[in-house]
Ligand binder design. Structure first.
Ligand code: NDP
Length: 311
């Protein structure tokens, strides 16, 4: 069992920013990087809206820089993921890798982010599990479908961004929008509408992912207005329908909203449990940007610093 002043769970922009602030404040932060070291940005290509990079930067590069910055101040960054917590006492207990290690932390900063959502169709899950052509990350997997035909489902900014990315690699991209309109911002929606090899099917829902049991070959869809079923030939099926916060682990102790986001006290990183703080997408269903995650990671670390001063 190890006792630490400040434990940071998660390694996206929120986690690393919290680590930089906590390390510079002599809080000796220990970070567990989790299942996806670097977080969602490691699956993003160009980041053009993170201030300080006039020419843009790739997501993985940005995360590497944040990690180096945290290490410069001696943040203790470790591989491993938190599998259980107990926030019932004055010192918070955290178990790593199913009990391999037990940590008692005076303060905890949760930066576990969010994960991609899937439709939940059995055929989608089948091809996802076997790596047969279902993906939630065009930037990670688009390359495998070079000069092929793919289908993407979703109508938000992510779906538009990913459809546009895929259009540069693939022969044809068919976009399935379940309503008669986009949810995406006007500029993003217009970009896909103006791209020649993107076909947008409104009022269309996915019925089944078809294939030979090994590889995807088509997507069966239904037009919700006409009721007509169609099969769209495709070797790749991309799902871009939003994200789910990674907060299940904390549900027994922390107040969560109806979709699972941690409820923080307005304008702070404080949760309902003293000494437990949150930054990033785990508590943010509204902005979900790298820069807002970094900002809230900073707030959580400053709140933890003030808390430790009274511990
Ligand atoms: P959103 O929650 O904004 O959009 C999810 C989309 O998926 C909606 O269009 C929704 O449809 C659709 N959807 C949900 N469930 C289903 C389903 N079962 N079947 C079919 N379609 C479904 O998520 P995003 O990931 O797109 O964006 C998250 C946040 O990140 C937003 O705030 C966005 O602005 C931001 N973002 C910004 C970017 C940028 O500015 N560069 C890039 C990417 C994201 P419906 O509309 O019918 O509800």
């Amino acid at each position: 069992m190890e006792i630490v002043d400040c434990l940071i769970i998660g390694s996206g922009p929120a986690g690393y920013t919290a680590a930089i602030y906590a390390a510079r404040a002599n809080m000796n932060p220990v970070m567990y990087r989790g299942m996806q070291p670097g977080g969602q940005l490691t699956t993003t290509n160009d980041v053009e809206n993170f201030p300080g990079y006039p020419e843009g930067i790739t997501g993985p590069e940005l995360m590497l820089q944040l990690e180096q910055q945290a290490k410069r101040f001696a943040a203790d960054i470790r591989d491993g993921w938190v599998t259980k917590v107990d926030f019932s006492g004055p010192t918070h207990k955290i178990w790593i890798n199913h009990g391999e290690k037990e940590i008692h932390a005076k303060s905890v900063i949760i930066c576990t982010g969010a994960s991609a959502k899937y439709l939940g169709l059995p055929s989608e899950q089948h091809y996802l599990k076997i790596g047969g052509g279902v993906s939630a990350c065009a930037v990670c997997d688009g390359f495998f479908y070079k000069n092929q035909e793919v289908v993407i489902v979703g109508a938000g900014d992510s779906a538009c961004e990913e459809a546009h990315y895929l259009s540069k690699l693939c022969k044809k991209v068919t976009m399935l929008v379940r309503k008669d309109e986009f949810r995406a911002s006007k500029i993003m929606a217009e970009r896909v509408q103006q791209t020649e090899n993107i076909e947008i099917l409104f009022n269309t829902e996915t019925i089944e992912v078809l294939g030979d049991n090994q590889l995807v070959s088509a997507i069966k869809v239904k037009n919700k207005v006409t009721g007509m079923h169609t099969e769209i030939p495709a070797t790749g099926f991309f799902v871009a329908i939003g994200h789910q916060p990674n907060t299940d682990l904390f549900a027994a102790y922390l107040d969560l909203d109806e979709t699972g986001y941690i409820i923080n006290q307005p304008g702070s990183g404080k949760t309902n449990v003293a000494g437990v703080f949150v930054g990033g997408d785990a508590a943010d269903h509204q902005y979900r940007q790298a820069i807002t995650a970094a900002g809230s990671g900073c707030m959580a670390a400053l709140d933890a610093e003030r808390y430790l001063a009274t511990f």
